[in-house]
Design a protein around this ligand. Structure first.
Ligand code: ADP
Ligand code: AMP
Length: 217
């Protein structure tokens, strides 16, 4: 990166399938700040069989939002870890106005919210063909961004899999939940003056370049 000053307390906003995870790993590798994905934190809790994971599971399976207090407890604990002191990339959080307000009330300030704008028609195809690395959570697509070796993550050599909630019926619910509960955050962060909108269609590299431009302070 050149001598410019970049925002480091970031949030990626966008519908399911907009490319948040795809772009987040690139930002992590270049900026050296962690991605904090509430979806990943919740899936880890489910896999570990914690009480929180057991409570979250049914909401996730149906494509509904997990109750705010469960998600907030995970995020607040993760933000307090030392690697988040220099900055972070929130991915999938906040997901509604009350979560956004909960951050403010805890004194957690974002420098920039990057919205990835993708037409709704493209999202279903992106999500039904998605594959995720079990080890590093990198996101691939069977046609649009395939791994070099089938089933093996290019980034870390882990095994790729299909998320259970990437089925057509659950995706449809997740897209409705996004419109109803998450999209209002666009206005909220616009009014705060920290929103930047980036076209989320086209090549992954081209979108990444546009995101980086939108990070200059
Ligand atoms: P999100 O984290 O926002 O839910 P992902 O980053 O997992 O979305 O991307 C969803 C799917 O779309 C993945 O299969 C990914 O490989 C694919 N994808 C990401 N960016 C693009 C793009 N620019 N063009 C086509 N497909 C993309
Ligand atoms: P994601 O990995 O971001 O697609 O999230 C997968 C699922 O986890 C969502 O469909 C929700 O059930 C749940 N989830 C993730 N983040 C949040 C959040 N901030 N608030 C509530 N539920 C969430």
């Amino acid at each position: 990166m050149n001598g410019s000053k970049f925002a480091t307390r970031l949030m990626l906003l966008g519908a399911p399938g907009a490319g948040k995870g795809t772009q987040a790993v690139r930002l992590v590798d270049e900026l050296g700040i962690p991605q904090i994905s509430t979806g990943d934190l919740l899936r880890n809790a489910v896999a570990a069989g914690t009480a929180l994971g057991k409570e979250a599971q049914s909401y996730m399976g149906a494509g509904k939002l997990v109750p705010d207090e469960l998600v907030l407890s995970l995020v607040v604990a993760r933000l307090a870890e030392p690697d988040a002191a220099k900055g972070y990339i929130l991915d999938g959080f906040p997901r509604n106005l009350s979560q956004a307000e909960a951050l403010v009330s805890r004194g957690i300030v974002l420098d920039r919210v990057l919205s990835l704008d993708v037409p709704k028609e493209a999202l279903m195809e992106r999500l039904t063909g998605r594959r995720i690395c079990r080890a590093c959570q990198a996101s691939y697509h069977l046609s649009f961004n395939p791994t070099k070796v089938e089933g093996i993550c290019d980034r870390c050599g882990g095994e790729t899999y299909q998320r259970k909630d990437d089925s057509a019926d659950v995706i449809a619910n997740r897209l409705d939940v996004y419109e109803a509960q998450t999209a209002p955050l666009l206005d909220y962060y616009e009014k705060m003056g920290i929103l930047r909108r980036v076209n989320g269609t086209g090549s992954i590299e081209g979108i990444y370049a546009a995101l980086k431009d939108a990070l200059v302070m």
